[in-house]
Design a protein around this ligand. Structure first.
Ligand SMILES: Cc1cc2nc3c(=O)[nH]c(=O)nc-3n(C[C@H](O)[C@H](O)[C@H](O)COP(=O)(O)O)c2cc1C
Length: 169
């Protein structure tokens, strides 16, 4: 292995290394608690099983929606399209807006179960919380997918890597 490929588990190098992992940008949204919906930007989203349809989302336990996920048992995963960087920024804490005010970025509707869904996303997954596990700083949320809304438009993805928003060529 060359010197350019350092082998270490040190947290700083871990974070630097993770910058090389290009990920799709998503907003995880939760229904109202005390009259306000909530949400945050997350790249830690992956498919888990096709039968039953399920996915895994990793959420910081200090985030505003972590207690809501434990309480409310429902959420949406909104897979962002290129051009929705402002939505990613607002829900990612980069615009100094919190709670309900984040939903003034992008156009939002509600599912039949009152879960916020982002219009113009590549796809919206509506999920029921099936299981929760805590590891270190993060809550691993297993969501059973109850509805899928796929955009009919050929939208490019919004990706994040090397500290920047990106898309495909
Ligand atoms: C591109 C990007 C990806 C992120 N991915 C995650 C993630 O996977 N999980 C997570 O808990 N926070 C993630 N964050 C951080 C949260 O979006 C951010 O801390 C947010 O402000 C938390 O919401 P809160 O302030 O309401 O708690 C990400 C932020 C950005 C900009």
């Amino acid at each position: 292995m060359s010197a350019a490929h350092r082998k270490t588990s040190a947290p700083v190098l871990f974070k630097q290394g993770m910058r090389a992992l290009i990920g799709a940008v998503n907003v995880i949204a939760v229904p109202d608690v005390d009259g306000e919906p909530g949400g945050l930007t997350a790249t830690a989203v992956t498919s888990l099983s096709a039968d039953p349809p399920s996915l895994l989302v990793c959420i910081n336990t200090n985030s505003s929606i972590a207690p809501v996920l434990t309480l409310n048992k429902a959420f949406s995963v909104n897979v962002l399209a290129h051009g929705q960087e402002d939505v990613a920024g607002a829900f990612g804490g980069q615009k100094n807006v919190r709670g309900k005010a984040r939903f003034s970025y992008g156009t939002w509707t509600r599912s039949d179960h009152d879960i916020p869904l982002l219009i113009g996303a590549r796809v919206n997954f509506e999920c029921a919380v099936e299981d929760l596990h805590t590891f270190a700083t993060h809550l691993m949320v297993i969501g059973r997918v109850v509805e899928v809304y796929i955009s009919p438009l050929p939208l490019k993805p919004l990706l994040y890597g090397d500290g920047h928003y990106l898309t495909t060529g």
